[in-house]
Design a binder for this molecule. Sequence first.
Ligand SMILES: [Zn+2]
Length: 165
Amino acid sequence: MEEEVFQVHHRHVILTIDEGLRVVFLKHRELLKVFMDEGARLVKEYFEKKHKVTPGIIVGLHTFGSKMNFNPHLHMLVTMGGMKNNGEWKTYDFIPFEMLRKQWQTIVLKLIRRMLSEEEKKKIQPLLQKVLCQWRRLLCVCPKTKREHQGAIGVYWPFVTVKYL
Ligand SMILES: [Zn+2]
């Protein structure tokens, strides 16, 4: 088995939404699957465009925060490298968190606008405006130490075995 898998570095990326938008997702649970797909797409497309590789991504959707409040967010385990078209593995060591953060904000707002009816959009328009002005809580996290990383893996992906290099 060990010969068949790549031993690669990875990052733990967390994508959240503004607190004000939680109510929208609470009412429209059907958005959560698309929310998850869009998170994976964001990271995948970045690496496809920038590095011409397909990264490895495992996404976990959490709908509740640590205070047991409704707080949908994504935990993503992202390889620091990807597969080239010719099957070779290419390593990289940087994820542009700030850029992805801004793109994620746009994606979430577009997702809401796309999925809701005209009537509902009208109703929540003031909320969307407010959110745009205050959205600071969206987060990408890169645990700094091996210990932080291992802790995160145990909590969010208990079924994943990761070898540290
Ligand atoms: Zn979580």
